[in-house]
Design a protein. Structure first.
Length: 568
């Protein structure tokens, strides 16, 4: 924090510097306190780590100071009242309340006791009005995505072919001082060796007047040799589409950020506007785009001024003092590019070129089968933000389908967590005393308990409390589950009479284990085999298991198997 004149000097994590002037704002005592709060929440102590973020806080401080100045307030932050703050926040957008509230909270934490107790207590509460939840970025449709990609590829292919033809023509030309200025090959020869030139520089080279070189414009030759804004935008858009890197990460790339690991692998380091440096192994398509751009821009790079020569993106301008500069790809430039290409969306309107949607569409279209599954797509996002922006389904039917899958998976986990009901006796009264909690959970009547204990509800490996419950099939119809599924079903009750079939199932698992790989067996039969060996069989008396083992022949025909489930 700089006292005179009042300012906050930032040094961000990416090494850039920025000074935020605050001395021109009214209510100087209040602004000085708020400047201290802003300085306290800056990197590395807080989350303010980019110029645009600092400007956002400056705007909120300015709005607060001007509003209070108009109301006749001249005090410091310690003289603010709850009523004044509420009046200000209700008169401005929720974002202004959020930002100014954060500055005041930082000031309160940095200088305890400065703010009034009522204000300090109120700041810790919820905001007056919550900002509306942003709508997830909708990915481009396949037709829009392919249309944009084809447009960029056509522009790039045309530009690279035109540059190759221009270079070949330049080899056939000669110095315009000898062969004249008007032939295109001579103009290409001159620009190929001396870089972009204006009329004055060309006239000086030819030792003639400026008027005499008007008949042959150098701009046409320069457009064939050097990158124009049209071509630069096409390369930038295509690299964003094939890599999924956010726009602010692509904006300030330099040659030293490109780390080649061989001919076909690139580690690209970039800086997101609000975070530290990040790295990405570019997909093969993005590597090809980057290689084509480096080859295409290599001709103009030696003629760029030293400060911008190492910038990745360079463009040739026909106006101004700088012939080669870093392009400013702002919203206006992107809209002009779309209009020039006559690009339209599916609705027939001019194409909405939203570069943040490139990342959303890239993540939606990527091959998930080959994705090793990072915990997050972007480590700077919470799970909610990632789900809303990158993984959110696009239709109500998809949302309902995913909700159903999640509910079924959660219910399945709950069922698997239940302790299996294993009876050591066939007596119904003893069964009711053994498992009061499970019986209460299943809402079993005395009649059902008697049927379970007496064998009237038996299936192959257990007694089922309700075969029409629909846990593994349509509700109201008999359960279609395979015999081993009962081992994890909360409706199953295991009694000593089921021991032979349980041992036959154990032998079946052993045969499957011998003919399957470990990952296959673990995925298909692992949970059931573990429940049988760990939670069910140990609860039977050794004499019961010994007697049941004499009835087991270790054959497939002892179990109700389908042809594809046999092991012999």
């Amino acid at each position: 924090m700089i006292e005179e004149p009042l300012a906050v000097a930032f040094v961000f994590s990416n090494g850039t510097r920025y000074t935020l002037d605050l001395h021109h704002l009214p209510c100087p005592r209040l602004v000085r306190d708020l400047a201290g709060g802003l300085a306290a929440m800056t990197h590395p102590h807080g989350r303010v780590d980019a110029r645009q973020t600092a400007v956002k806080y400056r705007m909120a401080i300015g709005q607060l100071s001007r509003t209070l100045d108009e109301a006749g307030f001249t005090g410091s932050a310690g003289e603010l009242t709850k009523a004044r703050l509420i009046e200000f926040w209700l008169a401005h957008r929720p974002q202004v309340e959020q930002v100014s509230r954060q500055v005041l909270r930082s000031l309160d934490a940095h200088r305890p006791g400065l703010l009034r107790p009522e204000v300090s207590h109120y700041l810790s509460g919820p905001p007056l009005r919550r900002r509306p939840t942003p709508r997830p970025l909708r990915p481009y449709s396949p037709t829009e995505w392919d249309r944009l990609r084809c447009c960029c590829e056509e522009i790039i292919a045309e530009a690279m072919a035109d540059q190759r033809a221009a270079l070949a023509a330049a080899e056939t030309g000669q110095d315009p001082r000898v062969g004249g200025w008007r032939p295109m090959a001579n103009r290409l020869w001159l620009l190929r060796r001396h870089g972009p030139m204006n009329y004055t520089e060309i006239a000086a080279h030819l030792s003639v007047s400026r008027k005499s070189v008007r008949e042959g414009s150098p701009h046409q030759a320069a457009r064939r040799l050097f990158p124009t804004m049209r071509v630069v935008v096409a390369f930038r858009v295509l690299l964003g589409m094939t890599s999924g890197i956010v726009p602010d990460g692509l904006q300030d790339l330099r040659l030293e950020d490109v780390d080649w690991a061989g001919d076909a692998r690139v580690l690209l380091e970039y800086v997101k506007g609000r975070t530290r440096r990040e790295g990405l192994n570019l997909p093969a398509e993005a590597v090809r785009v980057l290689r084509h751009w480096l080859d295409y821009s290599a001709l103009v790079r030696p003629f760029a001024a030293a400060p911008v020569r190492s910038a990745l993106w360079l463009v040739h301008f026909t106006q101004g003092s700088e012939r080669v500069a870093v392009p400013s790809l702002n919203r206006s430039a992107m809209h002009s590019w779309v209009r020039a290409q006559a690009l339209t969306g599916d609705d027939g309107r001019p194409f909405s070129l939203h570069r943040h949607r490139f990342r959303t569409t890239f993540e939606q279209r990527r091959d998930k089968s080959a994705w090793t599954g990072r915990a997050t797509i972007d480590p700077n996002h919470s799970a909610k933000v990632e789900g809303d922006h990158y993984l959110a389904p696009t239709s109500r039917a998809q949302i309902d389908a995913l909700a159903t899958v999640i509910e079924e998976a959660q219910a399945d986990l709950v069922r698997k967590a239940h302790t299996p009901m294993v009876l050591s006796t066939e007596n119904a009264a003893d069964a009711a005393r053994q498992f009061p909690d499970q019986i209460q959970h299943l809402a079993l009547t005395d009649e059902v308990i008697q049927e379970l204990a007496g064998g009237r509800r038996d299936v192959f490996t257990a007694a089922c409390a309700d075969q029409l419950a629909g846990l593994h099939g349509p509700k109201g119809r008999p359960c279609p589950a395979r015999p081993w599924v009962c081992l994890l079903c909360p409706l199953a009750v295991f009694a000593p009479r089921h021991a032979p079939n349980l041992l036959r199932l154990k032998a079946f698992f052993a045969r499957q284990f011998r003919q399957m790989t470990m990952p296959q067996f673990s995925a298909v039969f692992g949970p059931y085999a573990h429940r049988l060996d760990s939670d069910i069989l140990p609860k039977f008396a050794p004499a019961v298991l010994a007697a049941a083992a004499t009835e087991v022949g270790d054959r497939d025909d002892e179990l109700p198997l389908r042809p594809e489930e046999t092991t012999q």
